[in-house]
Write a protein that binds this ligand. Structure first.
Ligand code: SF4
Length: 343
């Protein structure tokens, strides 16, 4: 029988396990604190459990443990990129970015991705599999131990579409927020989606105060279809309606990500159309300079400043994302594919 990963369980589920193996249920909270507070990798690192209890757990359970494969440190800023090896030999990447307000981690939620965005290296091999909540958590735990500093913010913006791995992502958010674990505020978590409309509505009902970030990248459905296949399934209007519903339910300001691509979405009309779409919404636009991936014909636009100014004139809140770690291959999924090609 395949052993189950204790890191993916909440306290209630650990209580059920303790009862099943004839142990007192209060042991569950102790175990949770060791795994998610003290960040142990082995049951043997605990000091409060009898060897019988550990043996009983060992028979059917283990604690998930990502292996650090490689680490790339930027010489330009404090960005660090990590490649982690999963138990089944798949590889994922995560990034630590250091800002004035602290450490921000960009995490992967899937191995690969099936969404097919044209500007993204993570999707080139399609979706391999979902990450478990333990595998998403362990990216945080391993980086926290490595840098020996607190983690202040998390963005689910690495490889994978978080809402395509809905249950494990929600579980991850609840586990990282637990006051018996890392106690990271849900308001410090940003979930980025390419616009899975039914899941945005579902997320709005979760009563979680996280920041939603929509990868819009275009203000026209036809143009969006050229770079994001998901646009064939959900129109921009449907995404905007779902986002408005999310804002209404959570009262949280939403971010729209807009990767500026030469001659595709960087024209004046694009900015005007975008401002019309977003008018009156509690939102903010983040313009992202394209980080070109190998084999793609898409080119970075030089009009980020002009595009921003047009939106600002129309009353939209806008920032241009600072390029970080550009010397260590910052494009999403690029690091992993480069590493694999060298194997
Ligand atoms: S940008 Fe995000 S949703 Fe699109 S293919 Fe890449 S990982 Fe998937």
């Amino acid at each position: 029988m395949k052993k189950l990963d204790l890191k993916s369980f909440d306290i209630k589920e650990l209580e059920d396990i303790m009862i099943r193996i004839d142990e007192k249920s209060f042991r569950a909270k102790q175990l949770f604190k060791w795994i998610h507070g003290k960040l142990i990798n082995e049951l043997d690192e605990t000091t409060v459990f009898s060897s019988q209890l550990k043996d009983k757990l060992d028979n059917r359970y283990y604690i998930g443990n990502l292996k650090l494969l490689k680490k790339f440190e930027s010489k330009l800023d404090d960005t660090i990129k990590y490649l982690f090896l999963l138990e089944d030999n798949n590889i994922i990447e995560s990034v630590r970015m250091k800002y004035k307000h602290g450490n921000s981690l960009c995490l992967s939620t899937q191995v690969g991705c099936k969404m097919g965005c044209d500007f993204c290296a993570s999707t080139k091999e399609g979706l391999v599999r979902n990450l478990s909540s333990s595998e998403i958590l362990d990216q945080v735990y391993k980086i926290k131990k490595d840098i020996n500093e607190e983690i202040n913010n998390i963005v689910l913006m690495g490889s994978g579409e978080p809402l395509d791995n809905y249950d494990n992502v929600i579980k991850f958010i609840k586990l990282i927020n637990s006051s018996d674990g890392q106690n990271l505020g849900i308001r410090n978590i940003t979930l980025s989606t390419c616009g899975l409309v039914p899941e945005i509505y579902k997320l709005a009902e979760e009563d979680l105060q996280m920041t939603l970030s929509i990868s819009l990248h275009s203000s026209s459905n036809e143009e969006r279809k050229r770079i994001m296949p998901i646009a064939n399934k959900y129109s921009i209007e449907e995404i905007i309606d779902a986002t408005k519903y999310y804002i209404e339910k959570t009262n949280r300001r939403v971010t729209f990500e807009y990767t500026l691509i030469n001659n595709i979405n960087d024209k004046k009309e694009d900015a005007y159309k975008l401002s019309k779409l977003l008018k009156g919404m509690l939102c903010h636009v983040n313009i992202i300079p394209l980080n070109p991936i190998k084999g793609s014909e898409l080119i970075k636009s030089n009009y980020a400043k002009e595009f921003k100014d047009l939106l600002v004139q129309k009353g939209i809140n806008v920032t241009i994302r600072r390029e970080m770690g550009s010397d260590i291959n910052a494009a999403c999924g690029q690091l992993k594919s480069d590493y694999m090609m060298k194997l």
